[in-house]
Design a protein around this ligand. Sequence first.
Ligand code: HEM
Length: 398
Amino acid sequence: MTQSDASTSDIDPFSTEYLLDPYPFHEQLREAGPVVWLSKWNCWGTGRHKEMNEVLADPKTFCSGAGVGLANFNNEKPWRQPSMLLEADAPEHTMRRAVVGKVLSTGNLRRLRADFEVAAAALVERLMEKRAVDAVAEVAEPYILKVFPDAVGIGQEGRENLIPYGAMVFNALGPQNELFQESMVGIKEVSDWVMKNFLRENLRPGGLGLEVYEAADAGQVTLDEAPILVRSFLSAGVDTTVNAIGNALWCFANHPEQWQKLRANPALSRSAFEEVLRFEAPFQSYFRTTTKDTSLAGTAIPGNQKFFMSVGAANRDPRRWDQPGTFNIERQTTGHMGFGGGIHGCVGQMIARLEVEVLLTAMASRIARIEVSGPTTPRLNNVLRGFDTLPLTLYPAH
Ligand code: HEM
């Protein structure tokens, strides 16, 4: 097969219509074929789990170094210095990933659990005094902006800059549409804050950020790479997790029987989080670029072509999942694409799990029921899915 006889679709994964309600489009994308030519953006793509897995497992053919957004860095200059992890290939990626992977490993993070538990308990205490709360402004953002920058060793002042910074970074993975332009407004000050706060002299001793600089002292990465690697933590680890918490509370408010399951067995909080990532993935889509002529599911794809992957579609692919449209926290979720896969699979997944597991456990012990109490607004982003406002009523457990 060639481009002319591969399935073609005019779906635009960056249109407002798609971003507001991607699920019907996901189905169209999956059913159009295993590999689809997306005529709107002149790129290839898949919405199927098997093919996405194959692409992620072959980084030599489907690389990240030419950008994991729509832009092809082989043909156009990157708009900012590319991420040294996400947008790098072997061999450069390998050592940097090993360093960051060690800093963010489960063993290294164990000591953070107690701090996260204190923060979660204090937050839940405040929430129970109010009972009418916004899941984003009063739960997800304050929690993540407390525990995550504390763990990295960032000062207290100005942490709210991390939200627009992340929004801009993720919007930039799509086209330079209105969403991207809007997220660039005022970004100079935000970026200046970010770069300043990742410098060695501004990081707190004992935090994860300084550990990256210590690895540079030991010659494992260069001193020039260290601040950019710390930046990659902070740009990838805030908006994703904030959206994940909002999406989780939305899922539980709409599936009260699942909340009851969690309350009855709080040990389910970990698998509940994985099911949220499958069911309402916060990071919905990204790209690879072909390094040579290749073929996928019988479709010939030339070299230097962008390849789009829909996490949200693969996570509900009926070829892979039984009852994919059902939210079930006891499901076997292994293989969901919420954290990606292969050599670029999310390096922050252990800390994200710890953050959310601790919060859900604390909430489940105090809250009998969660209800959506008013109109919600989406936080539109070219590749992220989450809420801007999500008003909730929390009913206390007696
Ligand atoms: C629920 C929260 C999160 C989600 C859904 C998420 C999702 C993802 C996904 C899908 C990828 C793969 C992208 C690709 O292959 O192109 C990724 C990579 C990455 N994530 Fe996360 N992430 C989350 C939290 C975090 C956190 C907390 C951190 C930092 C501590 C982080 C740091 C990174 C980095 C640095 C990469 C690039 C890894 C590499 O290229 O080797 N993420 N994430």
